[in-house]
Design a protein around this ligand. Structure first.
Ligand code: G
Ligand code: G
Ligand code: MN
Ligand code: NA
Length: 253
């Protein structure tokens, strides 16, 4: 109940925070973008983890409003980065409910226009659950996004039920290998085989690939050896409040 109240209050006042986690090219060390991650503070000032408030926002029907606010803040931020000469693409998570709203692509395009943000600076991250509900409408939404030049990533790849058919059926641009595989890639030969297979799959389907949850130099070295360049993880940085991300951005561009 306290999380519910905090969500309502934060949305009403537009004071949901957005943190940014750097995405890195492991080979060049260069920054390639940032993932936007929502953060919520309770009325008592306590930090509420997203694993707690996202499912509740979904349950009580607030996830689309939350997503809209994150999208809005992310586009505003990407615009500001462009203006200050440190251009940075931002990747925004989209919940299934939000993605399946028939006005979703319109809202995204309108938000980009509002901030005069070129489409190459926005990426959307969806999970398979966004694609299962209604094949035709999901396809139409993805096509509309593609026409507008917005790329779409399939998040948490490998953890759902039928990822491979989605890769064939839908126009996606990026797959993000779930951190559960990356975590074990250096100690579990089976995890390494799966990562290797996903890298091969992405290459042959001409999809861009990002490894999530890179935490050690050993992870990095092995992933580069297996053929993946782009990554995200604590080895480079945790998700950062916007001021800290800005420092990172200025230092790294
Ligand atoms: O930092 P991390 O603990 O941020 O995020 C936990 C989970 O919450 C992840 O699965 C992430 O995708 C999800 N999440 C974080 N921000 C958002 C958001 O703005 N929208 C949606 N739908 N999910 C988010
Ligand atoms: O589910 P999604 O991929 O959208 O959310 C990313 C989640 O992964 C966030 O909760 C973020 O804080 C977390 N995360 C980012 N980098 C790392 C990492 O190196 N290790 C772990 N364990 N989690 C990470
Ligand atoms: Mn994500
Ligand atoms: Na993920």
């Amino acid at each position: 109940v306290s999380i519910e109240r905090a969500l309502h209050a934060a949305l009403k006042e537009g004071r949901l925070q957005v943190y940014f986690q750097p995405q890195i090219n492991m080979v060049t060390g260069k920054l390639t973008g940032a993932e936007a991650l929502a953060r919520l503070t309770g009325e008592d000032g306590r930090f509420i983890p997203p694993d707690e408030f996202i499912p509740i926002a979904e349950e009580i029907g607030l996830i689309s409003s939350l997503g809209k606010l994150v999208l809005e803040k992310s586009c505003a931020q990407a615009r500001q980065w462009l203006d200050q000469g440190t251009a940075c693409k931002v990747a925004v998570n989209v919940a299934a409910q939000q993605f399946n709203d028939h006005r979703f692509s319109e809202t995204v395009v309108a938000t980009m226009k509002k901030y005069n943000l070129p489409s190459q600076y926005l990426e959307l991250e969806i999970t398979e659950s966004a694609l299962v509900e209604d094949f035709n409408s999901a396809n139409l939404t993805l096509e509309a996004l593609k026409r507008s030049g917005i790329s779409v990533a399939l998040d948490d790849f490998g953890t759902g039920y039928s990822s491979l058919s989605y890769l064939r059926s839908f126009k996606l641009d990026v797959i993000k290998i779930d951190k559960s595989f990356v975590k074990d890639v250096t100690c579990d030969p089976q995890a390494a085989c799966i990562v290797k297979a996903i890298i091969g799959l992405a290459k042959s389907l001409n999809l861009h690939l990002v490894c999530e949850g890179v935490e050690s130099c050993e992870h990095e070295a092995l992933l580069i050896k297996l053929g993946c360049a782009d990554a995200q993880g604590y080895l480079y940085s945790k998700p950062l409040p916007v001021d800290d991300f800005n420092d990172y951005l200025v230092r790294n561009s």
